[in-house]
Design a protein around this ligand. Structure first.
Ligand code: OSB
Ligand code: MG
Length: 369
């Protein structure tokens, strides 16, 4: 396949509810879409980087810049491009996993549309629908309970609460009392340390039967997570720390986690995400699909990934209406008995609503050879 042009678009969409984590709050998603134009047709990708480098060092202007100046030119200069060969084509650019993942998804989509293959089939999906959880931002407890009640009533199969020091045991207790049987887990986005007060707050979550504690400590603190795992009963799951298959091998070998959150953007693409899944399956480590408040484009890919056999826990693969009043695809993702169907059409299997997208596009440029 020859890539003839790379289109980069910046789009703004308001979230239906503010999303507050330990690293900040978001009320609008400012995202970057990539469309490749090839001799076989077009393909779409979504970059999950946020406006600020709070989740990781990547941010949307940085991803945009590295795509425009370094990644797109490498792809445009290549006589032939395949999704499998992209890693080698872009290996001379260090880091920028989210930017690389967006480009890879666009190339994959174009390739698969041309051969009439669904992304799920290409990645190795074995299910036709996936169990869905919902990640709830921090709110004052009464409001938090209202949100959780609505999600549980809507059919979500598990709930994830965002926590930070000072907002942990109380919200978890309140939600657990209201919903004694719901699958419940928490995500700290690196907000804790091994200080005694922090460790005792996290150990204080033990009585509530949580599925896991996600990323309590800083990204590079694998030994700290291993130590914490010895001091709390709730299983430790890593998100931010798992930047590659090798990082996962190290984390698992050290006992830093017994569950892994897989996000394609964090590991440089869906093909690496499959390798990470395969490693975890080989090590007996359950995985689940994380989310980055994607639109229907990234969501389609996440749902396809979450349909692989090692994804044995519900993912942060929520329905379109949990994020956006109107999604950018013509058929939004709608929850059906707590599950989302895996798209079966070619490529991502969704149709971008181009007229609507044009109306919310703030900036657009096309990179050519
Ligand atoms: O840590 O999983 C996270 C959202 C933004 C940044 C980081 C995270 C999240 C979520 C939301 O938890 C997942 C989603 O519903 O897309
Ligand atoms: Mg997380």
């Amino acid at each position: 396949m020859k890539v003839e042009a790379v289109e980069l678009r910046r789009v703004g969409l308001p979230l239906v509810a503010p999303f507050r984590t330990s690293f900040g709050a978001m009320t609008e998603r400012d995202f970057l879409l990539v469309r490749v134009h090839t001799d076989l047709g077009v393909g779409w990708g979504e970059c999950v980087a946020f406006p600020e480098p709070g989740y990781s060092e990547e941010y949307v202007d940085g991803a945009h810049d590295v795509l425009r100046r370094f990644l797109a030119p490498r792809v445009l200069a290549a006589p032939a491009v395949t999704a499998n060969g992209l890693g080698a084509l872009t290996a001379s650019v260090q880091g920028h996993a989210m930017a690389k993942a967006a480009l890879e998804l666009a190339v994959l989509d174009a390739e698969l549309r041309a051969t009439g293959t669904a992304l799920g089939e290409r990645l190795g999906a074995t299910r036709t629908a996936v169990d869905c959880g919902v990640s709830v931002g921090m709110f004052p407890i009464p409001e938090l309970l209202d949100h959780v009640d609505a999600y549980v009533a809507g059919g979500y199969r598990r709930v994830k609460l965002k926590i930070q020091p000072g907002f942990d045991v109380e919200p978890v207790r309140a939600v657990r009392e209201r919903h004694p049987d719901i699958g419940l887990q928490v995500d700290a986005n690196t907000a804790y340390t091994l200080d005694p007060a922090d460790v005792s707050a996290l150990a204080g979550l033990d009585p509530f039967g949580l599925l896991l504690i996600e990323q309590p400590l800083p990204v590079d603190d694998l030994l700290g997570h291993a130590e914490l795992a010895r001091r709390v009963r709730t299983p430790i799951c890593l998100d931010e720390s798992i930047t590659s298959v090798r990082a996962a091998e190290t984390a698992i070998a050290l006992g830093a986690c017994t569950i892994v959150n897989i996000k394609a953007g964090r590991v440089g693409g869906y093909l690496q995400a499959v390798r990470l899944h395969d490693l975890c399956v080989a090590r007996g480590v359950p995985v689940w699909c994380g989310g980055m408040l994607e639109t229907g484009i990234g969501r389609a890919a996440n749902v396809a990934l979450a349909a692989l056999p090692g994804f044995t826990l519900p993912g942060d693969t929520s329905a379109s209406d949990r994020y956006y009043a109107r999604d950018v695809v013509t058929e939004p993702f709608v929850l059906d008995a707590g599950r989302l169907p895996v798209p079966t059409g070619p490529g991502l299997g969704v149709t971008v609503d181009e007229a609507y997208l044009a109306s919310i596009t703030a900036f657009q440029e096309t990179i050519r050879p």
